[in-house]
Design a protein around this ligand. Structure first.
Ligand code: PGA
Length: 254
């Protein structure tokens, strides 16, 4: 059975002190999670160990890295390997966020390599996909996002795929305040599930958690998450405010 997940993506925000405070504020709400619900905080690299120790005794609360290297180890100055993340107890990594694809030149082939490294280390990748505005305006979004899956995921076995969480994040909705409508999100999530079903079978497709991302807020989370194929959210801006993010956690389906 698939999970319902509220994932915070802090991006390159917050000092260490601010990060500690925000995490405390959310955790102190003691929001009770069902067995199928998870909260994940994707925090900047220097805060991973602190954050991971804060959630150590909290069932279903996890810390993620926002990225990892596509290389194993070696002379890659400034990179962080999957093995390093694993060695500090990190079990989730965001892969292929549109900002990484756009500003840091990450290609589909690099993302496939990152996925392989994560899966080999027992780390859950949160794999992001989503179309830019001109593609949506030409109604090409279904093919565009399908192609992203084909290029980076289709080499995986069914067992491997079932370790992956997907996040559909239309680029035109990220940080813009312009959320996809619930219908747009549902249509794309259903499409993604049908793409997975055609390749790996309906049972596998039904088991994959698919998050929506792009201007999710406290005020729109419940409606988005109520859509049958939307299994939670990947949240940027609104995850930087404890009250907003807490509302989003509470909007998860039971
Ligand atoms: P946003 O970002 O919630 O600020 O739109 C979402 C994301 O980039 O993951």
């Amino acid at each position: 059975m698939r999970k319902q997940i509220a994932a915070a993506n802090w991006k390159m925000n917050l000092t260490y002190q601010q990060a500690e405070q925000l995490l405390d504020e959310v955790l102190n709400q003691n929001i009770e999670l069902g067995p199928n619900q998870q909260v994940i905080f994707a925090v900047p690299f220097p805060y991973l160990i602190m954050a991971n120790s804060e959630v150590a005794n909290m069932a279903n609360y996890h810390i993620a890295a926002q990225n990892c290297s596509d290389k194993n180890a070696g002379a890659y100055t400034g990179e962080t390997s999957v093995e390093m993340l694993q060695s500090v107890g990190i079990k989730h990594v965001v892969i292929g966020h549109s900002e990484r694809r756009e500003y840091f030149g990450e290609t589909a082939a690099m993302l496939a390599d990152k996925l392989n490294l994560c899966l080999g280390a027992g780390i859950t990748p949160i794999f992001c996909c989503g179309e830019p505005l001109p593609v949506r305006e030409n109604e090409g979004q279904n093919n565009y996002v399908q192609q992203q899956l084909v290029e980076s995921l289709f080499h995986l076995s069914a067992d491997q795929l079932q370790q992956v969480v997907l996040a559909y994040e239309p680029i035109w909705a990220i940080g813009t305040g312009r959320t996809a409508t619930t219908q747009q999100a549902q249509e794309m999530h259903r499409h993604l599930r049908s793409v997975l079903a055609a390749k790996w079978g309906q049972d596998v497709a039904n088991n994959i958690t698919i998050l929506y991302g792009g201007s999710v807020k406290g005020a729109n989370a419940a409606e988005l998450f109520a859509a049958p194929d939307v299994d939670g959210g990947l949240v940027g801006g609104a995850s930087l405010q404890a009250a907003e993010f807490s509302m989003i956690i509470q909007a998860l389906k039971k």
